[in-house]
Design a protein around this ligand. Structure first.
Ligand code: FAD
Ligand code: UDP
Length: 364
């Protein structure tokens, strides 16, 4: 008899499994995909670690989480500094003095601020949507070239119909600093993310290619308690309706050249290019291999059967989630956790934080 049956071998399930085993508990992990790791899974092609489910950069300001994850891997000194390509013009991201200087041919922070002040005058009241928020942060020129097309491709909606807060998570800086994040700690694990999960799960019994919901009855008999990190609506057989997600499709290419775009991440910010960005994986690790692998990312509406990537936390979906949450609270031997179990956009550091919190409550 296992103490815990852990459904899903992503970061949440792996942290929980690791902590439970540390306390002497027996765990069984079931994973419906043919590999462990969930969305942070990496696999090697031509000596390059490929981020199979989208680019993952670890960043955190939480020292505890940083120390925790460093038990399982070493990190390199990669700093994310994406580039935007607008009709062949190249700009630095996030919005900073390098961006402003290229856009307006100016040099000083004061010049940049003056231009933005002038351009934002068109927004008279508190910004009501992403368009107004963007213009009041960086002005209309940057909105038109670097924000509008990218955002509309990503969400398949007009910027006037997208909530303002989404753009607020990007830094705007009046220094020449291209670091995309403000966090204290940042990097890419030197042997890829899958190696972290392998270490966390050392000692656990693992069944891949196993969909818990298909074998629920027999699997439930094997353990005292279940930690479920799959989609909460699927657990309840969509009885209250489907939660909505954004999905992504990736087009991967192995190219017989050494360096395709000179940067790990290039965003294509014009509406007419169908993909949102191109990832060149080797640059996350300063790779010098003779070949390169690139992934074009296309954003798309999710439908049943697609991978759910980004929860759409608007009021309708949050309300539906809360109703599922109430059902979940009645399941006495099941804990729901992680990005899908809690229908929440979690960065990796936040998932580790949440899993450790659940462990503290459950295992002490
Ligand atoms: P998941 O990784 O989704 O794991 C859940 C697992 O459960 C999956 O393996 C799934 O197959 C399995 N499962 C589901 N249902 C069943 C079932 N019925 N039976 C068995 N198994 C099941 N975070 C960052 O910090 N930095 C980044 O740069 C970053 N970039 C991202 C880019 C993209 C495109 C996306 C989508 C996310 C990104 N994230 C990033 C977030 C990061 O991916 C998540 O924080 C993390 O993967 C969440 O882990 P999880 O265990 O909750 O979920
Ligand atoms: N964004 C943009 N242009 C860019 C990058 C980001 O307009 O080149 C906006 C866009 O609205 C996006 C938001 O900023 O949804 C948040 O960006 P983030 O990098 O968090 O999202 P990602 O691009 O990783 O999905």
């Amino acid at each position: 008899m296992y103490d815990y049956l852990i459904v899903g071998s992503g970061l949440y399930g792996a942290v929980f499994a690791h902590e439970a085993m540390k306390k002497g508990k027996k765990v069984l992990v079931v994973e419906k995909r043919d590999h462990i790791g969930g969305n942070i899974y990496t696999e090697q092609i031509e000596g390059i670690n490929i981020h199979k489910y989208g680019a993952h950069i670890f960043h955190t300001s939480n020292e505890e989480v940083w120390k925790y994850v460093n038990q399982f891997t070493e990190f390199n000194n990669y700093i994310n500094a994406p580039i935007a390509n607008y009709k062949g013009e190249i700009y630095n991201l996030p919005f900073n003095m390098n961006t402003f200087s290229k856009m307006w041919g100016i040099v000083t922070p004061e010049e940049a601020k003056n231009i933005i002040e002038k351009q934002k005058k068109e927004i008279k009241d508190e910004p009501k949507n992403l368009e107004e928020q963007a213009i009041s942060l960086v002005g209309r020129d940057i909105y038109e070239k670097l924000i509008k097309g990218y955002t509309e491709k990503q969400w398949e909606r007009d910027c006037t119909e997208i909530p303002a807060f989404i753009i607020k998570r990007l830094p705007v800086r009046f220094t020449y600093d291209n670091n995309y994040f403000n966090d204290r700690y940042q990097g890419i694990p030197v042997n890829g993310y899958t190696a972290i999960i392998e270490k966390m799960l050392m000692g656990a019994d693992i069944k891949i290619n196993t969909d818990y919901l298909v074998y629920k009855e027999e699997l439930d008999k094997l353990a005292k308690k279940v930690i479920y990190t799959g989609p909460i609506d699927a657990y309840f057989n969509y009885s209250l309706g489907e939660l909505a997600y954004r999905s992504i499709s990736f087009e991967n290419e192995l190219l017989d050249i050494e360096n395709y775009q000179g940067n790990a991440v290039v965003n294509y910010t014009e509406r007419e290019v169908p993909y949102t960005r191109i990832i060149e994986h080797k640059h996350f690790e300063f790779g010098t291999q003779p070949k390169t692998v690139i992934s074009k990312e296309y954003s798309k509406e999710w439908k049943l059967g697609d991978e759910p990537y980004y929860p759409i936390n608007d009021s309708i979906n949050n309300e539906l989630y809360n109703r599922y949450r109430k059902l979940a609270e009645k399941e006495t031997n099941v804990l729901f956790g992680g990005r899908l179990g809690e229908y929440k956009y979690y960065d990796m550091d936040k998932v580790i934080e949440a899993a450790l919190k659940a462990c503290e409550k459950e295992l002490s």
